[in-house]
Write a protein that binds this ligand. Structure first.
Ligand code: HEC
Ligand SMILES: [Cu+2]
Length: 360
């Protein structure tokens, strides 16, 4: 359908591309058909029923019920086809598969900063493996941006103070355009880059080539240096909630509401802790707003995602035995539990001792 001589469409390089294009072609075809039909009829009637003399009076016409029903029902049915077809693709795009690998994107005037789970970072380039679902979690450090990969047919606003998600599965190795599709200031037009789709083995080699510590490890360090351990560990004097298994958990709030602890909630818990108080805890967590960058927040969240729930209830002092460094309880282990696909890539966050039954 897409001729190589007239490049009407960008390349189709993701599992969504063909689906989006077919729907788009359908919309175009329906519009074209009715445009031609209606304008043809207008011209035909204008000639056929033109006034031939000043004395002419048109005969009385009566509404034709069948005709009226037809031109209500047919467009209605066509609109429903468009709606259902479009919604089906939309829902597919909005729900990343569980096993998707995570990549974190931070937009900033005027560049894209990318962090991979193992700590590899890049700017204005996004390397992804072929044929594997990838979920992007995106935020902005300043203004509204929009992450757009035409060859994948995906685009989403990147919003300061919030996380937007998007996913794709690349189907063709190669290099594709990456754009910011939201006017975001003077150098908006320079906020471009490339997406590089590689074979899995090549990708693994590329990804492994980094000196950076993994996101979760970086987060674990921050957890100490920013003083979180002082309140969120088994031995701390000031008691904050136990953060083990926090990601994806249902949290009861002071006001009686419950919510699922997702990235958005965790982020808010750091920046404005008093906005949503956890039930049974005082409002004494300091606000980290202005003290922490978006990238650090993503690292802390990655770390919190690796915290596996401890099965036994309170084993305060025991917890410090297996761990070498200061963090007593929240020890990073590859989490099997939460939808933390991140766990698959980062096999090594420090001690990989699964400490589920320390009391024994
Ligand atoms: C002075 C003690 C203290 C420090 C330091 C502290 N917190 Fe907290 N934290 C609390 C308390 C108390 C709560 C419960 C009240 C609330 O929701 O704000 C809490 C709540 C939370 C929650 C929500 C937990 C839930 O179950 O809903 C998260 C997430 C969190 N803290 C993460 C952190 C991180 C990450 C840091 C370090 C950057 C940190 N905290 C530093 C005391 C602290
Ligand atoms: Cu931008």
């Amino acid at each position: 359908m897409q001729s190589s001589t007239v490049p009407l469409f960008p390349e189709q390089a993701s599992s969504f591309a063909l689906q989006v294009d077919l729907l788009y072609l359908f919309l175009t075809a329906v519009s074209a058909f009715f445009t031609i039909l209606v304008s043809g009829i207008i011209i035909f009637f204008a000639i056929k029923y033109r006034r031939r003399s000043d004395a002419e009076r048109p005969p009385m016409t009566v509404a034709n019920l069948l005709l009226e029903i037809t031109w209500i029902v047919v467009p209605l049915a066509i609109s429903f086809v468009m709606f259902i077809w479009g919604a089906a693709i939309f829902f597919k795009m909005a729900s990343p598969p569980k096993e998707a690998m995570d990549i974190y994107v931070t937009g900033k005037q005027w560049m894209w900063k990318i962090q991979h789970v193992n700590g590899h970072r890049e700017i204005n380039e996004l390397h992804v493996p072929l044929g594997k679902p990838v979920r992007l979690t995106m935020t902005s450090e300043d203004v509204l941006h929009s992450f757009y990969i035409p060859a994948f047919r995906i685009k989403a606003d990147v919003i300061p103070g919030s996380y937007s998600k998007m996913w794709f599965q690349a189907t063709k190795p190669g290099k594709y355009h990456l754009f910011c599709a939201e006017y975001c200031g003077t150098k908006h037009s320079g906020m471009i880059g490339s997406v590089i789709v590689m074979e899995q083995s090549e990708y693994d080699a590329w990804l492994g080539n980094t000196k950076d510590s993994s996101l979760a490890e970086a987060g674990q360090k921050l957890f100490k240096t920013m003083g979180c351990v002082n309140c969120h560990s088994a031995q701390s004097d000031i008691k904050g909630p136990n953060l083990e298994g926090i990601y994806g958990k249902q949290v009861r709030l002071q006001d009686g509401n419950t919510l699922i602890a997702d990235e958005r909630y965790l982020r808010e818990s750091l920046l404005v802790p008093n906005a949503k108080l956890t039930e049974g805890f005082p409002a004494n967590m300091p606000a980290y707003q202005g003290l922490i960058t978006e990238e650090q927040i993503l690292q802390l969240i990655s770390y919190m995602r690796t915290l596996t729930p401890v099965v036994t209830s309170n084993t305060p002092s025991k917890a410090s035995t297996p761990v070498t460094q200061a963090t007593p309880k929240p020890e990073a282990t590859p989490a099997p539990k939460p939808p933390a696909n991140s766990a698959t890539t980062e096999s090594k966050p420090s001690g990989s001792t699964p400490k589920s039954e320390p009391a024994k």
